[in-house]
Write a protein that binds this ligand. Structure first.
Ligand code: BGP
Length: 463
């Protein structure tokens, strides 16, 4: 085949506990901030679909694992819900959660699918959110206890762990742009939250390495390559450097190199927005970097020098340093409103190869959300999602090129396995290889892309 991938390349998809599991009576799960927020303000959620039902993976995981097998998964990433395992965030462990995750993990392994487990996917237990969530330094220790509990319980079988998925998202969505609870706009808080997430990650890595369980631990970052409007205009380039420092390097540098980017530190110092920290934290961050980097890629970030007046309403904001640039002619996914720029995935992998010691990495999310996919159902009842096949293929070609040039990329996970619940969009945009019919008790049907993926996984490539 023309696009042949290295032997042992990981094929699969990614999901998260809160977006798939759902809740049933007496399952012992505590509220996460999503459960709470949905009860408070259902109108904020698309179609008023909340987080308690989702795709009912809690009940249907065995069927789902067979579907993963049928779609060529050799690996699958999900997350352990903190509020399921430790309902109050700290304290007693829920035995039903232990039984569920044990069975889920064992069943994956029995079917030849290696489980990749993430620890935090935006789902703060409400009991801790009430005390400030990531803003409160105590949450760091609570998280490390949760992480250690997971390693102790499941670390004999799970050999790929991740401390966070997209830690910049709780920062942006919860403390800058009001997409997630607690809906603040406060850069000082945003910085503190990000800092605590980063410290928690380093401490969990230290704990994991100390336990000598023989696996690897990493972090999953959504990287948005920042492109200046005009590469020959220094002001545009500077805007891109700052956007990159805020949204990518804020976690990438400390996670891989053990140090925060100077550009960001200097900028935050100037506006008196450095977080509260202890000297000793910096040693912990320096000494506990990741073994493996997960890269989520959906879209680039295009910026230009700041031309619009600074909006002082909410105090300093990252947007004080750049304006968004809507490049004429760019290709858009009309449903999600995100640009599609396939080469971005190559640029990220090349950047990681050249500037981050070519650390072992993999594509941990990439995918295309589409609204109203029912209209593509054929007479066999299957969704013909050729656009998704093209999307994945076009990105994989660039992944292949990066690998050919030496990038240490070990696998590709599409977002997502089966259509799942999403934070603000519920089931509006569908992403899966497998459709979920909510009107028929979550009935699953493999889409055309799922059958295609099985093929490329078994051939370890495509033409
Ligand atoms: C990523 C998240 C996922 C998922 C995906 C799709 O940022 O890690 O949890 O939701 O984006 O985004 P959305 O569902 O908002 O379209």
């Amino acid at each position: 085949t023309e696009y042949q991938f290295p032997k042992g390349f990981w094929w699969g998809s990614a999901a998260s506990g809160p977006q798939t599991e759902g809740r049933i009576e007496n399952d012992g799960k505590g509220d996460s901030m999503w459960d709470y927020w949905y009860k408070e303000a259902p109108e904020k959620f698309f179609n008023q679909v909340g987080p308690e039902k989702t795709s009912q993976v809690y009940q249907k995981y065995q069927e789902d694992i067979q579907l993963m097998k049928a779609t060529g998964h050799t690996t699958f990433r999900t997350s352990i819900q903190w509020s399921r395992l430790i309902p109050d965030g700290v304290g007693a462990v829920n035995p039903k959660a232990v039984a569920f995750y044990n069975d889920y993990i064992d069943d994956m392994i029995a079917n030849g699918i290696e489980p990749f487990m993430n620890l935090y996917h935006f789902d703060m237990p409400m009991a801790l959110q009430e005390k400030g969530g990531w803003l409160n330094r105590e949450t760091v220790d609570a998280y490390v206890t949760f992480a250690k509990t997971c390693f102790e319980l499941f670390g004999d079988r799970v050999k790929k762990w991740f401390t966070h998925n997209e830690p910049i998202v709780p920062v942006e969505a919860g403390y800058l742009y009001q997409f997630h609870y607690p809906l603040e706009i406060n850069l000082k808080h945003a910085v503190q939250v990000g800092y605590h997430e980063m410290l928690a990650s380093a401490k969990a890595i230290a704990a994991y390495h100390g336990m000598k369980l023989g696996g690897e631990i990493g972090i999953i970052l959504n990287l948005t390559p920042s492109y200046p409007r005009d590469e020959t205009n220094p002001a545009d380039v500077k805007a891109a450097v700052i956007a990159d420092a805020f949204f990518n390097r804020s976690f990438l540098d400390p996670s891989v190199k053990g140090e925060f980017p100077v550009e960001l530190v200097e900028l935050l110092k100037e506006i008196d927005h450095l977080p509260v920290y202890e000297e000793e934290d910096l040693v912990i961050i320096k000494e506990n970097t990741v073994d493996l980097l997960g890269i989520n890629y959906y879209q680039p970030r295009r910026v230009k020098a700041k031309e619009t007046p600074i909006d002082h309403t909410n105090g300093p904001m990252p947007e004080d340093y750049f304006d968004t640039y809507e490049m004429p002619g760019r290709k858009m996914n009309p449903y999600r409103g995100w640009e599609i720029y396939e080469k971005g995935i190559y640029d990220i992998l090349t950047n990681v190869r050249e500037n981050y010691g070519n650390i072992r990495c993999y594509i941990s999310e990439n995918g295309m959300g589409v609204e109203g996919e029912e209209r593509f159902i054929n007479e066999k009842g299957e969704i013909e999602d050729d656009y998704r096949i093209d999307f994945v293929k076009d990105h994989l070609k660039y992944v292949h090129q990066a690998i050919t040039e030496g990038a240490n990329c070990q696998g590709y996970h599409m977002w997502t396995c089966m259509d799942n619940w999403s934070w603000n969009n519920a089931y509006k945009n569908r992403y899966g290889f497998i459709s979920v019919n909510l009107a028929e008790d979550g009935k699953r049907t493999i889409k055309k892309s799922g059958h295609w993926f099985k093929q490329i996984s078994s051939q370890n490539g495509f033409n």
